[in-house]
Design a protein around this ligand. Structure first.
Ligand SMILES: [Zn+2]
Length: 265
């Protein structure tokens, strides 16, 4: 009888794995705010001299017994000490650490961190998760750690250097999409949830809605051609999956979303 019960448990577990084509839940976290004086830094020739307020978002995804953290935002230290950067005034209302603690998630509970790219406002807290495996495109890593560049996080860590897309959990529920152009190895995240459906987290493929709608290329992007290709790729996926598009720095998007400790499932 015991053996039968065990057998049944194994079969049920196998079925659960086979059917697990959605992540369990997703939390949107506040990872900072940028007050920029000139929107045209991102939209050459458009809205020159017009200020813009920008969100900075981190996202935590639960899959089975594992957590994946997508982007890590500004360093938590900015909560204590806001800084002026070349693109604006950076602040943090809450630390990432405090938002994780509120959810009962310890840094060592996080199996994977994936970063859209290596600009300072996305990798600020990577070193807080030394036990997690960092998922980053090889092209991005090679660019970020090129000779003469100041390293922004410790490269001596568990890491997977990707060359293209990655089905993170092997069941199609959480997929990293190679979307270069903003930087050489920029990537986006596609998540499937049971009730919410598909979501595209586009990182900095576009910085705000108007740039997305008009396929604009910020002057700091490393390739205009790749940026256009990545926009087209993401637009196709959004249409095919009837996905929601969540643009990381787009403040109206951030304000419309439910924030941690609330969740999407
Ligand atoms: Zn960026």
């Amino acid at each position: 009888m015991k053996r039968l019960a065990l057998g049944l448990a194994i079969v049920l577990a196998a079925m659960a794995t086979a059917d697990a084509q959605t992540a369990d839940r997703l939390h949107v976290m506040d990872c900072g705010h940028n007050s920029a004086k000139d929107q045209s830094l991102w939209s050459p020739g458009i809205n020159v001299g017009k200020p813009i307020e920008q969100a900075n978002t981190c996202t935590l995804v639960r899959h089975g017994i594992q957590w994946l953290l997508w982007d890590t935002g500004y360093p938590d230290a900015i909560a204590e000490q806001p800084v002026d950067t070349p693109v604006g005034h950076a602040t943090r209302t809450r630390t990432l650490a405090a938002q994780l603690a509120e959810l009962g998630v310890k840094p060592e509970d996080i199996a994977f961190i994936a970063v859209s790219h290596t600009h300072a406002d996305h990798i600020g807290n990577v070193d807080r998760f030394p036990a997690a495996t960092l998922l980053i495109q090889k092209a991005e890593f090679d660019w970020a750690f090129a000779p003469g560049k100041r390293p922004l996080f410790k490269k001596d860590r568990a890491m997977r250097l990707l060359e293209g897309d990655l089905d993170v959990f092997g069941d199609g529920s959480v997929i990293l999409l190679s979307t270069p152009g903003h930087t050489p190895g920029h990537q986006s995240l596609l998540v499937h949830l049971a009730r919410t459906g598909w979501i595209v987290l586009s990182g900095d493929a576009a910085h705000f809605r108007d740039n997305w709608d008009n396929d604009r290329v910020p002057s700091i992007n490393t390739s205009a051609e790749q940026t256009h290709e990545s926009h087209a790729r993401l637009a196709k996926i959004v249409a095919e999956k009837k996905a929601q598009l969540w643009i990381n720095h787009d403040l109206p998007t951030f304000e419309q979303l439910r924030h941690a400790p609330q969740s999407y499932d």
